[in-house]
Write a protein that binds this ligand. Sequence first.
Ligand code: PGA
Length: 248
Amino acid sequence: MTARRKLIAANWKMNGSRAANAAWLTEFRAGRWSCDVAVCAPFVYLPQLRDGLAGLAAEPGAQNLAAETPGAFTGEVAGEMLIDVGCKWVIVGHSERRALYGETNDLVAVKAARAFAVGLKPIVCVGETLAEREAGGTLEVVGAQMDAVLKRCSVVQLAQAALAYEPVWAIGTGRTATPAQAQEVHAAIRAQLARADASAAGAVRILYGGSVKPGNAKELFAQPDIDGGLIGGASLVAADFLAICQAA
Ligand code: PGA
């Protein structure tokens, strides 16, 4: 069996201020963990985050990038610019971007490929809505999202980055998927990766996201195909985020 190092990624979403981030970083720097860690902040705070994480086993990440190369795209931020400010990771295809900003399966895949092209490690998010789950469509929806990614990115590339399964109904709702519910989807994603590339599929980290908290992290991360977490609300409190890193 391939050993996959656990990865815990913070998704601060559109939260933070220079003062609040500085306090978070001071508390975080005093902590201990032994997994890989990424902290994904709003664009404007990336230099502060890079400096605050310097010397730690934790890397800065963004939450989005442009699908285009630099040029006349008012308001967009290119992957090249993220690299330029010391960013290592980028969240791609978060359900909020899909639902609120119209990102399609193909656009998400284009952005993931752009991230790889500039040397960023994308955390590519997939997941079904409550209506899709209740209609029995979970594996079909996630399968189609993954198909789009696999048209533009190889499994070998994904093994250098991460996927995140985030059921939309569990995000910010306090309603976590049970470990068994999550494991079922993670195993299906890995089987799909294996159909594309049997030798590399075992090396791809698949994170779970959706109301992960210090109290439920351990049993989620104990599942065979859950390789860490993408943490929203609980990542805003340094002590909670550290506790989740320690659970991994
Ligand atoms: P949550 O968010 O942990 O607040 O549910 C997870 C995410 O949206 O990445």
